[in-house]
Design a protein around this ligand. Structure first.
Ligand code: HEC
Length: 146
C-alpha cells in the first residue's frame, strides 16, 4: 500500500489513538454512507459529521439514546424465549431506569468512525453487512410494519 493512502492513515491514527485530521478513505466511505440519501436518512443528525470544537475531527455520533427498533437477532439464545426483550435503557441488564417506560428500546448511537472495518452492527449484532444496515434504515421508513 502506497504511503499516505487512506488505509495507512487509518492504521497510523489507530496506533496513535488519535483520529486522523485529513479525510481517510474509510472516513470518506462513512460520509458517503451518510449522504446516501440525505433527505430520507438524515444520518448526520445522530452520526454527526461536522467538525467538533476547535476543529476537532467529526465524532460521527452524538452519543444520544434513541429507539431505532432494530429487529430481534435470532442468533442470540435468549431470544428463543418469545417473552424475552432487550429493552436497552429500561432493562433487563439495567434496572435503575426500569420504571421509565419512555426510555424502553433506547440504545446509544455509536460512532461510525472506521465502521467499514467492523462486521457486526447494532447493539444486538443483528446485521453483518453495511448494506443490510442501510436496507433496515430505508425500510424502517418505507415499510415500518416489516
Ligand atoms: C435518530 C438517530 C439516528 C439516525 C438518523 C441514524 N442513526 Fe445510525 N444509529 C443510531 C443508533 C441509536 C444506533 C445504535 C442502535 C442500536 O444499537 O440498537 C445506530 C447505529 C448505526 C450503525 C451500527 C454501528 C455499529 O458499530 O454497530 C450504523 C452502520 C449506522 N447507525 C448507520 C446509519 C446510517 C447510514 C444512517 C442514515 C441512513 C443512520 N445511521 C441514521 C442512531 C441514528
Amino acid at each position: 500500500m502506497a504511503s499516505g493512502s487512506g488505509i495507512d492513515a487509518d492504521a497510523q491514527s489507530q496506533r496513535d489513538g488519535q483520529p486522523q485530521r485529513g479525510r481517510s478513505r474509510r472516513e470518506a466511505a462513512a460520509q458517503r454512507l451518510c449522504r446516501h440519501n440525505p433527505d430520507k436518512g438524515n444520518c448526520a443528525k445522530c452520526h454527526l459529521d461536522a467538525p467538533g470544537p476547535g476543529g476537532r475531527p467529526a465524532q460521527f455520533a452524538d452519543f444520544s439514546f434513541i429507539a431505532l427498533g432494530v429487529p430481534r437477532n435470532p442468533e442470540i439464545p435468549a431470544n428463543r424465549d418469545p417473552k424475552y426483550f432487550d429493552l436497552g435503557l429500561c432493562g433487563p441488564y439495567r434496572s435503575d431506569l426500569a420504571k421509565e417506560t419512555g426510555f424502553c428500546g433506547m440504545f446509544k448511537s455509536p460512532t461510525l468512525r472506521n465502521v467499514a472495518t467492523r462486521s457486526v452492527f447494532f447493539h444486538n449484532g443483528r446485521f453483518h453487512k453495511l448494506e443490510d444496515v442501510l436496507r433496515f434504515y430505508v425500510e424502517r421508513d418505507t415499510k415500518p410494519g416489516k
